[in-house]
Write a protein that binds this ligand. Structure first.
Ligand code: URA
Length: 185
């Protein structure tokens, strides 16, 4: 598909998220469809927007976003080259981890975006991204830093960028994952 057609479809999908009644009903703030290049080779999938994202509508701009920016650099990429989104496109009203119904709904929007971009690699950041995309739990603590192929798509598993903010010992571990990711690209 031509790049301009992909960009148009991706824009249309972002609008579908913004108009989605289910997302609106469950959201604490502004909806956050995701952003980045329609020709991205890499798509990063987080969990759900945080407070800063739910104010601005932009993904990963808070503290976890700073960590992600550094990880993207470690992987040898630029933020504008990749596509960044989350499994769930809204900050759930109760501020806690998305529930199964949030994940089930988020899958619909996320797969629509992945079907348009058709990236070389999808980076699953944390357990909620893994659950949403693979449809099952695969503990990140055991599987981080590894690739897997499923349904014609290649995935790379790592921790959520907020993880080292809560557990500083994970910083070096998550950075090692992204150094490994650079070698895989
Ligand atoms: N965490 C996420 O998973 N996504 C964001 O956009 C911000 C924080």
């Amino acid at each position: 598909m031509a790049q301009s057609a992909k960009a148009t479809l991706l824009e249309k999908e972002a609008k579908a998220v913004l108009l989605c009644k289910f997302c609106q009903k469950n959201s604490k703030g502004v909806l956050v469809p995701g952003e980045g290049s329609s020709s991205a080779k890499l798509v990063f999938v987080g969990e759900a927007p945080g407070k800063n994202e739910a104010i601005t509508g932009k993904p990963f701009i808070g503290r976890a976003g700073k960590v992600l920016d550094n990880l993207i650099t470690i992987a040898g990429q630029k933020r504008e080259q990749v596509f960044i989104t989350s499994a769930v496109k809204y900050l759930p009203k109760n501020y806690i981890t998305p529930k199964p119904e949030d994940i089930k709904h988020g899958r619909k929007h996320l797969f629509a975006q992945l079907d348009i971009i058709k990236p070389q690699l999808v980076v699953l950041l944390g357990n909620v991204a893994v659950q949403t995309v693979l449809g099952r739990t695969l503990p990140v603590a055991q599987h981080h830093g590894t690739m897997l192929q499923e349904n014609g798509q290649t995935y790379f598993i790592s921790y959520h960028p907020a993880a080292p903010l809560y557990n500083p010992k994970l910083k070096i571990i998550i950075e090692k994952d992204f150094k490994a990711l650079k070698k895989l690209l």
